[in-house]
Design a protein around this ligand. Structure first.
Ligand SMILES: Nc1nc2c(ncn2[C@@H]2O[C@H](COP(=O)(O)OP(=O)(O)OP(=O)(O)O)[C@@H](O)[C@H]2O)c(=O)[nH]1
Length: 316
């Protein structure tokens, strides 16, 4: 940055600077008279001084990088560096001239004098800082929402929208521990679409995907909000039923089996139902059983349902 003049010798008017809006201009002008006006070339970093100071853009524009890729544009009349002056920390290193710019620099001591001597300046600074805090809070909330969105994304299967294996590995052990701890039942249904290889071969992989989505919707629509549907593997799905006994879970599985039979995969209504069927294995958590052995029990029941002719429910 090169020195150009003092503020008093420059053509700029204090009335155009936001910090002095509605403030006593005469006394503020006198205090600012000897402050340096500097010129920064396009792209030049507005260097980090040993002493924190306030920078006011008189002409051109600055970009203030906040460190997470976001930038704020500072236009003529606007200022930056207020916080560094107030807390005594210098943080101007992210400040860069977007074009050739003329800047008014006010050292920290002088900012404090301006605050002491002008209620208007103090009020404007408070307003500015409260605006910045609001903006920072909003950004934080946006980032939290984005984080939640990605967390959800990593826990859901992209094709069906059901929970995925990562979710299951995280949650099932906890559900099992809670069930043991509270002595409340927990049931699990494993289901597998019947002859899905044949379905894919006959109708193509895209329609196979559609059949899987349809099966997932059958589960999503038929379950209570407290139940969970998971895509366990390729065409193997799982339903977790907290606080549900074996006989009740068997009833739920029967209902799902029936809804699957009635589900529409092909829009062409000339094709008779069922478009897909599934086989179901039901197991309930036994005393001392862990999640792996609960899954194995449901899987074994599912295998028996397949062996017995498919499109049916077997209970462990
Ligand atoms: N379209 C589609 N097919 C899948 C997907 N995941 C797994 N599959 C297919 O599912 C089929 C599973 O076949 P198998 O394990 O032999 O079982 P099946 O043909 O359903 O026979 P049964 O289970 O004994 O009734 C395979 O052909 C896989 O390619 C998927 O995401 N989309």
């Amino acid at each position: 940055m090169k020195p150009l003049s003092t503020f008093a010798a420059s053509p700029y008017d204090i009335a155009d600077l936001h910090l002095f809006r509605d403030a006593d201009m005469t006394s503020a002008s006198a205090l600012l008279a000897d402050c340096p006006v500097m010129v920064a070339a396009a792209g030049e970093l507005v260097s980090d001084p040993a002493q924190p100071r306030l920078v006011i853009v008189l002409r051109g524009a600055l970009a203030d990088a906040t460190g997470d890729g976001a930038t704020t544009k500072i236009l003529p009349g606007e200022s930056c560096g207020e916080q560094s002056v107030l807390d005594g920390e210098s943080d101007l290193s992210g400040l860069k001239a977007l074009e050739e710019s003329e800047l008014l620099l006010i050292e920290a001591d002088l900012v404090w004098r301006l605050i002491d001597e002008s209620d208007g300046v103090a009020r404007n600074l408070l307003r500015l800082l409260s605006f910045r805090i609001r903006a920072a809070n909003m950004q934080l909330r946006r980032r939290q929402k984005l984080g939640e969105f990605y967390r959800q994304l990593s826990m859901n299967d992209g094709l069906t929208g059901l929970y995925n294996r990562a979710w299951l590995n995280d949650v099932l052990p906890r559900l099992v521990a809670t069930a043991h701890g509270t002595r409340v039942p927990l049931s699990l249904i494993m289901l597998d679409i019947d002859h899905f290889k044949r379905f894919n071969d006959q109708h193509g992989h895209l329609l196979g995907d559609e059949a899987l989505r349809t099966a997932a919707q059958v589960l999503a629509h038929a379950l209570r909000p407290s139940d969970f549907a998971v895509r366990y593997g390729g065409e193997e799905l799982m339903v977790i039923l907290p606080a549900t006994s074996g006989p009740v879970a068997a009833g739920v599985a029967e209902r799902l089996c029936e809804r699957m039979r009635e589900a529409v995969v092909f829009d062409d209504m000339r094709l008779p139902l069922p478009h897909v069927t599934a086989s179901f294995g039901v197991a309930s958590l036994a005393e001392g059983q862990d999640e792996q052995s609960l899954i194995a029990a449901a899987d074994a029941a599912l295998y028996r349902a397949k062996e017995a002719g498919r499109n049916r429910v077997e209970v462990a």
